[in-house]
Design a protein around this ligand. Structure first.
Ligand code: BEZ
Length: 219
């Protein structure tokens, strides 16, 4: 006995939230830049990020930061796609207010999801908030349409755009060179390689056989 209770089964109307390694649920939706079908973005990385509500302070600060760094995501072959359950007119008014008030044009599409169909498919709804708000979810989707990383933050805490860039670069580095990236890894830093699991390798490598850093030649 472990003392753990089995996870409750989802109610019949609730989709099971996708996990790392699952195909990203596809959708077609209206956005601030016209209709978008997620699967049309295959061949590129996608950062699909949800936010609780338009015209809120933390979300606005995140949008300004993402807009300012959008070129860095583009240079990594990554498309930014925002989403909330707010309507398209609300998204448009908010982006215009950001442009006028802060001098920042948001260059990425923002998906409207008034029926919450997309939010449900991704399990983005903030059930703790007892409202239709989506959590601050980020889904990093690879060029084959597979979810490679998921982050979830509460409404009260803004995400770090630098960390999202770092996460994307680490995933790309791991794919390119078949390596692992240690804590705080930044492009150009040493990577880690799994030690060979044999007694001979352990004896040859010494006590730290389980943490071996290596220069990465495929950057
Ligand atoms: C915000 O982005 O500032 C926010 C969003 C939802 C609830 C509270 C704050």
């Amino acid at each position: 006995m472990t003392g753990l209770s089995p996870a409750p089964s989802p109610a019949p109307h609730e989709a099971v939230a996708p996990r790392i390694g699952d195909m990203a649920p596809d959708f077609t939706a209206r956005t601030t830049q016209g209709a978008l079908t997620l699967s049309d973005l295959r061949g590129q990385w996608v950062l699909l990020f949800s936010h609780p509500a338009d015209f809120t302070p933390v979300c606005t600060s995140e949008f300004i930061a993402l807009a300012r760094e959008a070129d860095r995501f583009a240079a990594l072959n990554c498309r930014l796609v925002g989403l909330s359950v707010d309507s398209l007119p609300s998204h448009l008014a908010w982006l215009e207010a950001i442009r006028v008030s802060f001098g920042v044009r948001v260059p990425f599409p923002v998906v409207e999801d008034p029926s919450m169909a997309i939010a449900r498919a991704y399990g983005m709804l903030d059930v703790a908030a007892d409202s239709s708000a989506t959590v601050r979810g980020v889904y990093v989707i690879d060029p084959a349409g597979v979810i490679r990383a998921i982050t979830w933050y509460p409404a009260s805490v803004g995400r770090s755009v630098e960390e999202l860039l770092r996460l994307l670069q680490a995933l790309q580095q791991a794919d390119r060179a078949g390596v692992l990236t240690p804590e705080g890894w930044q492009p150009g830093d040493d990577v880690v390689v799994p030690g060979e699991l044999t007694e001979g390798a352990v004896t040859a490598t010494g006590q730290a056989w389980f943490l071996q850093y290596a220069r990465c030649t495929q950057s």
